[in-house]
Design a protein around this ligand. Structure first.
Ligand code: BT5
Length: 247
């Protein structure tokens, strides 16, 4: 099947799979592909992404020369989308939950799945974005939310928001490339779902807990653990210890 770059297909397994085909064919930075339905939408660590029609499913190809910036792409994407959504929906207190979640009222509004690869056509990162525009899927194993219901019912579709999201992410990556991490760090500081000083936990054991102290050079979450030592978390699922800490 030929895939038309920068287009919306009716259905596919995952837009990250279609984007991979495009990236392997040499398509440049900024190329995107979106689908109305994903039959095997995925999250991180083998989890599923509910992908029924109405919400946004989108993947962008990023080709970034500076390797030291690659690990910042998930957070840069989250900050860029948050910036755009806050402009469009000034009454909604949309937050970034490190490293890849968009939250609203403590519930999941969107998620980001970045997958990197390298081939004869160069190195690229696939930035997969799922955003609940029109409705919240039923049967999620954690609280979810969508823009339409959060806004009081005026229908917001994927079609209305797709180009805003694409432009916002590409702009934020441009600024990262040109000026470094300061804008992403500022966005994260302003919109993080929990502030520095919050007690967080990760992994399956309640003993894996510490105090969030900031972000490290690679965008990792720095936490101070029981013995006073500071460690970095790179891809763990971090939970806030007390739910009243979440904005
Ligand atoms: C993510 O994973 O949050 C990344 C999701 C990325 C989805 C996009 S859609 C376009 C592109 N193509 C793909 O195949 N994927 C990307 P993670 O942090 O692992 O969160 C997954 C968890 O979120 C699930 O286990 C559920 O608990 C929850 N979840 C699933 N679907 C959801 C939805 N539509 N809204 C809110 N939460 C959801």
């Amino acid at each position: 099947m030929e895939i038309l770059a920068n287009s919306v297909v009716d259905r596919c397994s995952s837009t990250n799979d279609l984007a991979k085909t495009l990236a392997e064919a040499g398509y440049p930075h900024g190329t995107w592909i979106s689908a109305r339905v994903q039959e095997a939408g995925r999250g991180r660590l083998g989890r599923k992404w509910n992908s029924t029609e109405g919400n946004l499913f989108l993947t962008l190809i990023a080709r970034i020369k500076r390797q030291d910036l690659w690990s910042w792409i998930p957070l840069t994407t989250a900050v860029g989308i948050t910036r755009a959504l806050r402009q469009t929906f000034p009454d909604l207190d949309i937050c970034v939950k490190w490293p890849n979640d968009l939250l609203l009222r403590g519930a999941k509004l969107g998620g980001i799945l970045c997958e990197g690869s390298s081939s004869s056509k160069g190195t690229y990162i696939l930035i997969g974005i799922g955003l609940n525009c029109a409705f919240t899927p039923e049967g999620l194993d954690q609280p979810g939310i969508d823009l339409t219901s959060a806004q009081g019912g005026k229908l917001w579709t994927a079609d209305a928001l797709r180009m805003k999201v694409i432009e916002a992410v590409l702009d934020e990556i441009d600024i990262l490339n040109l000026r470094g991490k300061s804008q992403v760090l500022q966005g994260f500081q302003d919109w993080s779902a929990y502030p520095i000083g919050t007690r967080v936990e990760w992994g399956s054991s309640a003993q894996q807990t510490g105090i969030f102290t900031g972000l490290g050079h690679s965008g990792e979450l720095r936490v101070k653990i029981a013995d006073g030592q500071e460690i970095g978390l790179f891809a763990e699922d971090v939970r806030v210890r007390y739910s009243d800490n979440i904005r």
